[in-house]
Structures are given as structure tokens and as C-alpha cells.
Write a protein that binds this ligand. Structure first.
Ligand code: BEZ
Ligand code: FE
Length: 306
């Protein structure tokens, strides 16, 4: 039997003082470490060490966690970001995007003083594409529209959140999945760039396009994120939504999503992205041969601080 030393201390080579050990790991960073990286790694190290102590995480559990991350890595490529998906189901991307709002926008103090309402942000998710084509004002982004889709005329005005002035030449990048719940890059039966497009606002700050009424869909559940959802007794569904990324020089780029008021899962989005002020109404549209629904979605951008 291995005996303890005096005063309950383990003899040489045994248990370390936990907090001293944590600080020695933090102190191992060299002088050339960039300041922000030092700050982030210091905090990450302290939180992860504390997490292991708090949960009494044993080696088997630690290895199971690592295997989940390695599995995510093996499944990821330029079309699939399983790491982001894992972070989404744990609410991490939502948390980080709240930080962006605070850092990029005019200060929250100024926002509340001036009663300014910037459109809320929401997570980017893994299906945005940087190479989406620019499309004409008022043109369609739905090609080979499935028979069960309801086409919607989607339009609005992009404004300066402080002055309320319309912003011309703003770029409105929109993407959504088809009625089978798949984005075009997930689905060999959809043509490339189906249901996505970049649109420029006109002199009145307006944008317009044709899309479809979105449907709820499950996040991909054939990998570690799906496995974790199953273990946590959670469903994989997202409420019906359309993604937007709106940009204009001099303004904080706004990444957001709008949610159909009539959709299921508004109160239990598997990736925690919903916000009540992003819920919108699709209304019946008469007299337009190209669409049966109308959706007005205005966007207020926050000027960057000079
Ligand atoms: C999405 O809305 O496209 C999405 C967001 C997070 C995880 C998976 C999908
Ligand atoms: Fe989505």
C-alpha cells in the first residue's frame, strides 16, 4: 500500500496543488505570445482546469470528449462544419455573436439613450457561402421550385439605425433551405446557388427578391452533434427561418435570421438562435402571378464608431 506523507500530503511525485499547477500552465506562455491570444488562452486554461476539477472528470470521460471532437474534425470539410454545429447545439455561437454586437455597434449606452433600434443579430450557421452570385433587384433565387413550396415576394428597406435614412447600395445576402430541409450544397438534386442570392439596395434603400416560405428542418444529425443531441434527449429541429447578411461600408455587418411566426420550434430551437424581434409574418399576396405570399423585412444597420 502507498502511504501518505505527514499532514495529509502525498509524498514526492504525487498530487499537485491544483491552482499552482493551473497557474504554471498559464505562465508557460512565452514573451512573444500576442496579447489577445495570451488573454484568451489564460482564461480558457483556467476554465478548463476548473471544469475538470468541478466535474471530477476521469480519463475515460476525457478521452470520450476528445473522440467527439476528433470525430467532428474527420467529418468536416469545405461543405460541412461539424465543429460549428457542435458549438451551436451548446449555444456557443449565439453567445459569441452577442459579443460581436457589443463590440461592433455604436455603444449600447448610446443605443439606449437615442432610442435607436438596430435589427438584432442571429448566428451565421454553417451554410453561408462567400461565393453566392449577385442577382438583379426583384429577381428570383428559387429555381426548380418544388411543388410543395409557397413562393414569397420578400422585400424591405435597409436603413441607418440612428438617422432612419435609407441606405442605397447596401448588400443583402440571403440564403435558405428548400422544402426538403436541405441547403443546395447538401443536396445533389438542387442546382448550385439555389435559394441563395446577393441583392443590392436601390436609391430608396429597397431590396426585393423571390424566395420560398421556409420550413423547419433538423440540423445534420449523422455525426457527433447528432449523437450528443441524442444523448442529451434533445430534438435536432430548427424553426423555419431565412438567413440574412447585410453589409454597407461604415456600418457593422449584420448577420441575422428571420423566423416565420407560424413555425414550430420557435420556443425550442435546437441551436438557440431565435429572438422575439426577429419573428415575421408572411401574408397572402394577391395579383402577383409569381408569388402567393408577401414578406416585408426591414433592416436597420448600426453605424460604426469613428
Ligand atoms: C442553420 O440555420 O443553417 C444552422 C445553424 C446552426 C446549425 C445548423 C444549421
Ligand atoms: Fe438555416
Amino acid at each position: 500500500m502507498v502511504s501518505n506523507g505527514t499532514n495529509g500530503e502525498k509524498p514526492h511525485g504525487q498530487k499537485l496543488d491544483a491552482s499552482k499547477f493551473t497557474e504554471s500552465v498559464v505562465a508557460s506562455m512565452g514573451e512573444k505570445t500576442p496579447e489577445r491570444l495570451r488573454e484568451v488562452i489564460t482564461s480558457l486554461t483556467r476554465h478548463l482546469h476548473a471544469f475538470i476539477l468541478e466535474t471530477n472528470l476521469n480519463t475515460k470521460e476525457f478521452m470520450a470528449g476528445l473522440e467527439l471532437l476528433n470525430w467532428a474534425g474527420r467529418m468536416s470539410d469545405e461543405k460541412r462544419n461539424e465543429g460549428l454545429l457542435l458549438s451551436d447545439i451548446l449555444g456557443l455561437e449565439r453567445q459569441a455573436s452577442e459579443m460581436d454586437d457589443l463590440v461592433d455597434s455604436v455603444t449600447s449606452h448610446q443605443l439606449s439613450m437615442d432610442n435607436v433600434t438596430t435589427t438584432s443579430s442571429a448566428i451565421l450557421g454553417p451554410f453561408w457561402r462567400s461565393d453566392t452570385p449577385l442577382r438583379e433587384f426583384g429577381s428570383t433565387m428559387t429555381f426548380d421550385t418544388p411543388p410543395d413550396a409557397e413562393v414569397a415576394y420578400i422585400h424591405g428597406v435597409v436603413t441607418d439605425a440612428v438617422t432612419g435614412e435609407p441606405l442605397k447600395n447596401a448588400l443583402v445576402d440571403v440564403w435558405q433551405c428548400s422544402t426538403n430541409g436541405l441547403y443546395e450544397q447538401q443536396d445533389p438534386n438542387q442546382r448550385e446557388f439555389n435559394l441563395r442570392g446577393k441583392f443590392t439596395t436601390n436609391d430608396q434603400g429597397q431590396y426585393a427578391l423571390y424566395g420560398i416560405r421556409p420550413v423547419p428542418y433538423p440540423v445534420p444529425s449523422d455525426g457527433p452533434a447528432g449523437k450528443l443531441l441524442q444523448l442529451l434527449d434533445r430534438h435536432p429541429f430548427r424553426p423555419a427561418h431565412i438567413h440574412y447578411m447585410t453589409s454597407k461600408e461604415g456600418y457593422a455587418t449584420l448577420v441575422t435570421q428571420i423566423f416565420d411566426r407560424k413555425t414550430k420550434y420557435l420556443d425550442n430551437d435546437s441551436v438557440f438562435a431565435t429572438k422575439s424581434d426577429l419573428v415575421v409574418d408572411f401574408v397572402p399576396l394577391k395579383g402577383n402571378p409569381n408569388a402567393t405570399l408577401d414578406l416585408e423585412c426591414n433592416i436597420a444597420l448600426s453605424p460604426l464608431q469613428s
